[in-house]
Design a protein around this ligand. Structure first.
Ligand code: AMP
Ligand code: MG
Length: 975
């Protein structure tokens, strides 16, 4: 991007353009009798007002508070002069022979409604005042009926009055307010002192500007500039919202203002001078940094108002001159804040020098994919305003005025920075449908911290600049609390199972179909098998492949391998033989434990193959005659898909799985009496059920393979065994709830969904159908041993995104940005995990391990690691983590963790294609519009966004036939 050196040339280009305008194209009075069109900006407002007829979104109110001796008659006369002289205040907007035009009413007396509240007591006065102002500010205008300005005068006491002015934005902008106040103070002081004033009827009016603007030719070079800048995909800003967006935008809003400390304001303005920039650019740069820190996105678009009053003659004309400019910046985290300011400076200059293309034209000319309810280019606006000093009304009367927000927000979020005599204040106008006030207050806190950091060291790189408040630090680094050591003293996970077996020898341990075995039998059979394994391994911690059909033997084999001091490598017999062979080779497995019917799968396996069926379960004399394992020893290995094209093995130690299982005893109120194990033992989610149940003396019910395809059978298994606990993918649980007979499920006390995001509809279905069963959401990658974040789902979670919850099982969780710096509370970051459940790295893949397991920057222990999950998340208001999806190509398909790169590499290796690109497509139902609606939508969809279109289609019904015809002809002629 051209940056530094473009500054002067851009400036001069812009300036000469302005001069050019003045000569060739200067604005003059529109010809007598000409039909006056609406300016571009006015047209858009008119369209939007037809859509949101009952919405005061485009009302503009200002509250003028007078203290002192007010002469009400003189004030009224002063206002009437203003209305006479500025035609736009008398304008209205109508169809004339199928053309939308602006007209001027001849009535130049303003309705001056007066309320006397001076007799009321303090509290009542306040209530009455607030309700009058609120109702007045929200009362909608009919654009075809003048006047589009209303005034109220509230007498609060003999020396206190409020003049409340409400207008439709189509006739006014913020700049006009300054003109109005100047005229008001001048008229008032003149009239009061007996000086007469005359109305100038030859003055240039807004209508002359609109006429000129609509007859002007758009500079195609400028349009090309914007096509380049904004054409193609523009990113959607990921703001950390509190509530899901409503189907239709209602533009409900609120405002929150903070006055920055005087010292900080001074330092900020000093920095402006030091960096030879403007407050606008410096504060806008700060806002870019703020959004970057919150969203983690580097390509950011911000809207900013720009006035089209770029000619001297327009400076004194009231009217709606506001346009919106789209500022698109690319953040480089390694540059300093001072450099960012320079970059933003160039971006602003470049945008301003191409500003003649109005926002409406941008929307019309640059087709965009727009999702429901979003502004076509940006979600957030930035506005800087240098507050002018208050106008004088003589020595006995003082005026203070402020903008009045009537509970609306045009955008999702707008940051206003006001500079009042060197004192800065920040206001957020925000959509209350999606943001809570708490979040906005936190935005204010973070913005303030950011400014403090920036003024302290503007040369720090953007990634080094911190935005953490004290509250954040306390939340992220709480006093450590260790979970209860319920499995203290055990080195091996199987020893805990042995202890449970000693305690409940006759209890059922494992069930499959109609068969069950007790703990005593489980131990005995596992011991025999373990001895057989030991004959080959001689007590070393080797990896033993475990490949059996789902059965009781599968669990016996698994326990036996652990008892022999080995680690089991689960091999699902359904996996392709090639993949099984790869895992055995890659892990260096020395033995495969399988069964006769699967023996042929291992014909090429050079090492030992043991058959479970061959073991004589009766020939054992000594039980528990095994040497101890160390808790660092490997307990099992799970293979997951690898982006390098090869699956990677994750070795889990006894310490990892003991800690992970122990965590369940603290988190869940009950351990499973009967657990339904549906997942393959090749998935790490299976460990939850296997070890939680066997370590606590419950019955592990192993289902037949593919039971999810036979829901009747599944429900029979649940009801017959009185299953209390189970864990499955949310998608499977949804099927069960939708298709199974509920009385069969009533033994369930605890359902855990894991492995994929839990949709909120599932939550609602669950609470409708099984209100007495507790539902939990567990999150965790294999590398962190089954789970590391979890939450008991509550009914209210069904209202928005279901959180994954808080850290469990001694896990440390951090949300970090690309530079591995902690993001502030509420901001989006990548989930990093650490703690006792974290595995050591990948089997025989030091490079891969180094790139995913980083040194823990927050630990005093130099060897402590954090695992980078690739998942994105943020904290919600209650301190629960929300899962936001992945930042890479990994997907989950029916619980399988799949790296698209692995598939691509495999296809490429085949040599049959030049280049492969794999995408996952989710089939979604698209709501269909009927043909006629579609045609309309097709025509207007580059002018209005989808929700506006939907509203328009609705609203068409309520328009009269003239308006309807007009709207439709306008729509079909739009391009
Ligand atoms: P796995 O290693 O097979 O357990 O897969 C771990 C990945 O599954 C995580 O990194 C997430 O992307 C996803 N995942 C697991 N549990 C959840 C959950 N509760 N909500 C959303 N995603 C999840
Ligand atoms: Mg998992």
């Amino acid at each position: 991007m051209k940056r530094e050196n473009t500054k002067s040339s851009l400036l001069s280009r812009w300036k000469s353009k302005q001069k050019g305008h003045g000569r060739i194209n200067s604005i003059e009075k529109a010809p007598e009798g000409a039909l006056i069109p609406l300016s571009g900006g006015q047209q858009r407002l008119w369209f939007l007002q037809q859509l949101y007829q009952e919405n005061p979104l485009y009302n503009y109110s200002e509250c003028l508070k007078f203290r002192g001796e007010l002469n009400v008659d003189v004030l009224e006369q002063s206002l009437n002069f203003i209305v006479s002289e500025n035609e736009v205040l008398r304008s209205f907007y109508k169809l004339d022979n199928e053309r939308l035009v602006q007209k001027v009413s001849s009535t130049d007396k303003i309705d001056f409604v007066k309320f006397d509240l001076s007799e009321l007591d303090h509290e009542e006065k306040d209530t009455r005042k607030n309700s009058i102002l609120f109702l007045e500010a929200r009362k909608c205008f009919d654009l075809s009926k003048p006047p589009l300005i209303r005034t109220l005068l509230l007498k609060l006491s003999g020396s206190e009055h409020i003049l409340f002015i409400t207008m439709h934005h189509i006739i006014f902008d913020k700049w006009s307010m300054d003109i109005l106040l100047n005229q008001l103070s001048s008229n008032y002081t003149k009239l009061l002192s007996g000086v007469s004033i005359a109305v100038d009827h030859n003055k240039l009016q807004f209508a002359d500007y609109a006429y000129w603007q609509q007859n002007r030719i758009i500079d195609s070079e400028q349009l090309n500039y914007w096509k380049k800048k904004l054409g193609g995909d523009t990113p959607f800003l990921e703001l950390p919202t509190d509530y899901p967006p409503p189907k239709f935008r209602l533009f409900k809003g609120a405002e929150h203002t903070r006055h920055l400390p005087k010292k900080l304001s001074e330092k900020v303005l000093n920095l402006v001078r030091e960096l030879e920039t403007t407050p606008y650019v410096l504060l806008l740069s700060t806002y870019y940094l703020f959004l970057f820190k919150y969203s983690g996105q580097k390509d950011l678009l911000i809207g900013s108002p720009i006035s089209s009053r770029d000619q001297k003659v327009l400076e004194d004309i009231m009217g709606f001159f506001d346009d919106t400019i789209v500022l698109r910046a690319n953040i480089t985290p390694s540059v300093s804040f001072s450099t960012l300011v320079k970059e933003i400076n160039s971006i602003v200059l470049e945008a301003f020098s191409n500003k003649d293309v109005s926002f409406d034209n941008l929307v019309k000319n640059i087709r965009l994919e727009r999702s429901l309810g979003n502004n076509p280019f940006f979600r957030t606006m930035f506005i800087y305003h240098a507050v002018k000093s208050d106008q004088s009304f003589g020595s006995n009367l003082h005026l203070e005025h402020s903008f009045y927000n009537a509970g609306v927000s045009k955008f999702d979020l707008t940051l206003f920075v006001a500079n009042s005599n060197g004192h800065l204040s920040t206001s957020f106008e925000y959509a209350t449908d999606i943001f809570s006030e708490t979040t906005i207050i936190r935005f204010q806190d973070h913005l303030e911290v950011l400014l403090e950091e920036i003024v302290a060291s503007p040369s720090k790189s953007l990634s080094e600049i911190e935005m953490l408040t004290l509250d954040d630090k306390q939340f992220f680094f709480p006093m450590p609390t260790q979970q209860k050591k319920l499995f203290g003293g055990f080195e091996g996970i199987h020893q805990i199972i042995e202890a449970a077996a000693m305690k409940h020898p006759t209890a059922t341990a494992v069930t499959f179909g109609n068969k069950s075995i007790t703990y005593e039998v489980l131990m005995r059979r596992a011991d025999v098998l373990a001895h057989t394994i030991l004959e080959s391994t001689k007590g070393s911690n080797e990896i033993v492949g475990l490949c059996t059909e789902r059965s009781i033997s599968m669990i016996v084999g698994l326990v036996a391998i652990l008892k022999a001091g080995c680690a089991y490598l689960p091999l699902d017999p359904e996996y392709p033989l090639q993949r099984i062979a790869f895992m055995l080779k890659d892990s260096n497995a020395s033995i495969v434990l399988t069964q006769k019917s699967l023996r042929s799968n291992f014909g090429d396996f050079k090492e030992k193959v043991l058959l479970i069926d061959d073991v004589n379960n009766d020939t054992i004399e000594t039980l528990n005659n095994f040497s101890c394992v160390s808790s660092d020893a490997m307990a099992y290995v799970i293979y997951t898909s690898g982006s390098t094209g090869k699956p990677k093995g994750v070795p889990i130690s006894h310490r990892n799985i003991i800690n992970s299982t122990e965590g369940r005893l603290s988190f869940y109120p009950d351990s499973p009496k009967t657990f339904l194990l549906m997942s393959s033992i090749a998935f790490d989610s299976s460990k939850a059920g296997i070890f939680w149940t066997l370590c606590t003396g419950g019955n592990l019910v192993v289902t037949e393979k593919h039971i999810e395809q036979d829901l009747t059978n599944l429900t029979t298994v649940i009801s017959k065994n009185l299953v209390t606990h189970t864990l499955m993918l949310p998608s499977l649980y949804k099927l069960i709830l939708e298709h199974c007979s509920l009385p069969y499920l009533k033994s369930l006390t605890t359902v855990v969904v894991a492995g994929e995001a839990c949709p909120s509809v599932l939550c609602n279905t669950h609470f409708n159908k099984l209100p007495n069963t507790a539902l939990y959401n567990e999150y965790g990658p294999t590398e962190g041993t089954v789970w590391c974040i979890a939450k008991k789902i509550e009914e209210k979670d069904g209202l928005g995104t279901v959180p994954i919850g808080k850290p469990v099982a001694n896990t440390e969780v951090y949300l970090l940005d690309d530079s591995k710096k902690m993001v502030p509370f509420g901001a989006i970051g990548e989930i990093y995990i650490g703690g006792i459940s974290l595995s050591n790295g990948y089997l025989n893949r030091p490079e891969l391990t180094n790139s995913f397991y980083i040194s823990n920057p927050f630990s005093k222990n130099p060897t402590a690691k954090l695992y980078r999950t690739g998942d994105w998340g943020r904290y919600d208001l209650n301190g629960n983590i929300i899962f936001l999806g992945r930042g890479d190509q990994q997907v989950k398909i029916r619980g399988h963790r799949i790296e698209m790169d692995e598939i691509e590499k495999k296809i490429n290796e085949s040599g049959m294609v030049d280049n492969a690109f794999v995408v996952m497509e989710k089939i979604q139902k698209v709501p269909a519009l009927n043909l006629e609606d579609n045609d309309i939508a097709e025509n207007i969809n580059h002018y209005l966004n989808d929700s506006e279109i939907a509203h328009l289609l609705n609203e068409l019904e309520s328009l009269n036939s003239e308006e309807k015809d007009y709207l439709l002809t306008q729509i079909s002629s739009l391009d």
